[in-house]
Design a binder for this molecule. Sequence first.
Ligand SMILES: [Fe+2]
Ligand SMILES: [Fe+2]
Length: 191
Amino acid sequence: MGYDIELLKEKLKERLASQHYKHSVRTAEAAARMARAFGVDEEKAYLAGLLHDYSRSTSAGQLVSEAERLGFEINPVEAAFPYLLHAKVGARLVELDLNIKDKEIISAIENHTIGSTSMSKLDKIVYVADMIEPGRPHEGLDVLRRIALEDLDEVFEKAYAHSFEYLIRSKQLIHPLTVEIWNKLIAKDNV
Ligand SMILES: [Fe+2]
Ligand SMILES: [Fe+2]
C-alpha cells in the first residue's frame, strides 16, 4: 500500500498524549499479530491499530464541536459522554487530515469503541487488539488474550461482553447501538 508508517507515527506523536501514543503502537502490533493469524492484511491491521485513537487526546468540548462541524448527529448518550465520539471523529479526520481513503481502515477506526451491527474481520481485530494490548491493566482479560489468535468471532463476542459488563458494573449509560449489537451477537445475526 506504500504508506509512510514512520511519518504517520511522527504526526500521531505530536497529536496524542504520550500514554495514548504508546497504547496506539501496542494496539498496532497486537492487531498485526491477529491479522496474521486470521489471514487479514497485516499492514492494514497495523495502520488501523496505529490510528484507531487519532482523536483520543482531544477534549470533550473539542470532540463535540468537531462532530458538529463534520455534520454528525450527536445522540443523548454521546452528549453525556463525548469521549464516545472519538472513534467516529477520529475516523473522519484520518481520512481528511492524513488522506487515508482505505474504507476498511476507516471502518475499523470508526467501529473500535461501540462497534457496528456488521463488523468486518479487520473491525473485530482492531476492537479486540485495543482491549488486549499488553499495556492494558484491565482485570479479566486473560481469557481474551489466550484465545486472541484462535477464534476471531469468539474473542470478539467475549470482548464485547467484557465491555458491556464493565458499563453495567460501573453504572454507565448504554449507547442504544450497543444493545442492538449485543442482541445481534447473541442471535448470531451477522455481526
Ligand atoms: Fe479508542
Ligand atoms: Fe484505544
